[in-house]
Ligand binder design. Sequence first.
Ligand code: AMP
Ligand code: MG
Length: 415
Amino acid sequence: MTLSCFALGERMLDVDEALAALGELVATRLPAERLPLTAAARRVLAGECISPIDVPQRTNAAMDGIALAWPAPASVPLVGDVLAGHRFERPLEPGEAVSITTGAPLPVGADTVIMHEQLEVDAPARMATIRHAQHVSRGQNVRHAGEDVARGSRAMPAGTRLKPQHLGLLASLGIDSVDVVRRPRVTIFSTGDEVTLPGEVLGEAGIYDANRYSLRGMLEALGCEIDDLGILADRPGAIRDALAHAATRADMVITSGGVSSGQADWVKTALASIGRLGFWRIAMRPGRPLAFGVLGETAVPFFGLPGNPVAVMVTFLQFVQPLLRRLQGEHAWQPTRWNAIADEAMHSRGGRVDFHRGIYHIDGAGRLHVRATGSQGSGRLSSMVAANCLIEIESARADVAAGETVLLQPFGELT
Ligand code: AMP
Ligand code: MG
């Protein structure tokens, strides 16, 4: 681990600087564990996957029809039937054909499949006549051995998150168990005397705990194991004990609230006794204040996210997500970004990155447009519910005029 993220002090950091410092902090991924393929959805491959076989295993028919050796005669005798799962026992001679079904291996000597629709078959005489012979070409309707995945080739690199298509491909290689990175263990808790458990009666000055639920949803989508400590009151001692406990068992600790410099600001005190504070002022909105540090002897990464629910989600998506993915071996991960036409003016200040909640759509000419969801208060979680993307207005830009191009990050796996 380098100390660079601690050398940055308390000055205001750019989003990119903060991301780079975080990236340096987690250089190695968590250890691997072996899982049956049926339990590996959404997990990340620990090593690359080299194909043990050709897929398809044999050159085979892509259509129902007849298989023959080119050139195709106008009329050809049918000397056998090959069904999927069976083989024709002898080499095919020139001028012979077999009827064949999709997926059945081509007999030795055959190189072309002519589909049913191009044939007239005289079944009793076992003869096929080719209609429109000018439309038939050598090698048509044949799938070659290894054309999907060749034996010995790399089917997937290490660090691949296994979506349904990956699971299907691994299965097609005959693989029934895989080495995946073990789930990150993430301890979370909310803080605040006013923060109330949903289901309980809301006090005069209370607010229901939204953050643990949005955090849990995002952590689950990233395949994490969650250790949920609930809601802690603004008592530095209790919070310090919870952090100290978490530092002995978690791969990461995430809290929300209590990081602003008000009277309930416990993070600096707690971290001073059991860890180190890295940086906590990032030039972005929403998202300030955000604390980052490490806890305990093993330097467990710690995020003290803001209290406001939108800020929690935005900072998680921008900062926590890349780190959790690195811990799982997804080193090259970046958020998806698209360019879109701003359909309305948007407020932004130069020198900081503004994230607006946005709704994109594609117009009749195929151009991508985006508008904001209305008021952008960082306590308004309804803006996240109305949105289908975050609009990212870079720090070099100030206000955006209608018609200008802006970047957006579409909601995806986590949102
Ligand atoms: P803080 O950073 O603790 O000052 O919190 C900033 C704002 O976020 C305050 O209005 C808090 O009431 C609110 N807040 C803090 N934690 C939560 C939570 N878990 N769920 C919903 N709102 C919260
Ligand atoms: Mg608070």
